[in-house]
Design a protein around this ligand. Structure first.
Ligand code: TXA
Ligand code: MG
Length: 315
């Protein structure tokens, strides 16, 4: 059931139920992070392999020090500057965090979601929420309550509606290894903004089909429709005879407007991020045979959007 009653959501969560919650990035599938059986249920509902750990969602910076220790100075700097916001930090976990949340890793992923509804909800709870994105494993993340309802509506008692997600792609995951700042997943906070604060950063994204360390799978964020990326004119020459849909940044490649999905008419990265998953879902529903997509400039949120497009194209 979809609703906007924070108390209903809080009461269900206190009883150990799983509830979908809005965040500024994407919707999450939330449960009491300190209760191992709730966390087990999240993995089951999502059909997610248990080697892939979950993010802890907390209400403020003070809470982070309950669940994380030895926080490096430069990560504290990022925390102060960008939280609440689309940033997840990988930090040494304290005893309070059950092993099942981190898939036995000594590090826990933590973020403060910047969404008024969910911040209010967290203030009514005396535990943090473990929450992966509220989609079946491998599919595109949901950015509206209706997206969640369509796929998981019959598996959870409540979907807390907080409107359409402002950012539209998942948080950026950042940690440290040997004094280096590492970005493990590009997301709603751009690399440029992070580097501006803390200087040099390194990328370490897992692109293997089976990750050796918990993290990202090469094939992820996939619509059901086959997606190809490349030079649009070439793609149209090869696939123009099929029932195709186009995803472009802002260009128009043909005059069949109904096949054409622009991420942002005004060439705006934020708007493109907000639209990306919505458009992939819309195309799946319209039953096109194939999606032809072009990459965005490799800068700002364009990097994170391209990452999603590449993973969607991986077969
Ligand atoms: O924006 C977001 O981050 C959304 C909203 C709901 O907060 N959540 C989200 O969760 O995207 P999920 O589970 O779909 O992706 C979390 C990513 C996974 O790739 C996971 O492997 C990684 O974070 N992760 C979580 N805990 C980790 C840990 N302890 N060590 C390494 N990677 C971790
Ligand atoms: Mg996910």
């Amino acid at each position: 059931m979809i609703g906007n009653d924070i108390k209903t959501a809080a009461d269900l969560l206190k009883k150990g139920e799983i509830v979908a919650i809005p965040t500024e990035t994407v919707y999450g599938l939330a449960g009491n992070a300190l209760n191992a059986s709730c966390v087990t249920n999240i993995y089951q509902i999502k059909n997610r392999p248990s080697f892939n750990p979950l993010i802890l969602h907390v209400k403020n910076v003070q809470e982070i020090s309950k669940y994380a220790k030895n926080i490096p100075e430069r990560l504290t700097k990022l925390m102060k500057k960008f939280m609440p916001g689309p940033l997840t930090l990988l930090l040494d976990k304290t005893e309070l965090v059950p092993d099942i949340v981190t898939a036995k890793s000594h590090r826990v992923a933590i973020r403060i979601p910047n969404h008024p509804t969910t911040l209010k909800l967290l203030h009514q709870l005396d535990f943090p929420l473990a929450a992966p994105s509220a989609n079946p494993f491998g599919y595109v993340s949901p950015t509206t309550a209706l997206h969640v309802e369509k796929q998981l509506g019959d598996k959870i008692p409540y979907i807390l509606d907080g409107g359409s997600c402002e950012v539209g792609i998942e948080s950026t995951i950042v940690g440290m290894e040997d004094e280096k700042i590492i970005v493990y997943r590009k997301g709603g906070l751009s690399l440029e903004e992070i580097a501006n604060e803390v200087g040099e950063i390194f990328l370490k994204e897992n692109n293997e089909a089976i990750p050796v360390t918990p993290g990202m799978l090469a094939s992820h964020y996939s619509p059901s429709t086959t997606l190809l990326i490349g030079d649009m004119k070439k793609l149209l020459t090869e696939h123009g005879h099929k029932n195709y849909a186009i995803i472009s940044f802002n260009k128009i490649y043909n005059d069949e407007k109904d096949r054409h999905f622009q991420l942002s008419e005004t060439h705006n990265f934020e708007e493109a991020a907000r639209n990306l998953f919505k458009i992939m879902r819309a195309i799946d529903e319209l039953k096109y045979e194939i999606i032809l997509a072009e990459l965005l400039p490799e800068e700002q949120l364009g990097r994170a959007i391209n990452d999603r497009l590449r993973r969607a194209a991986y077969r």
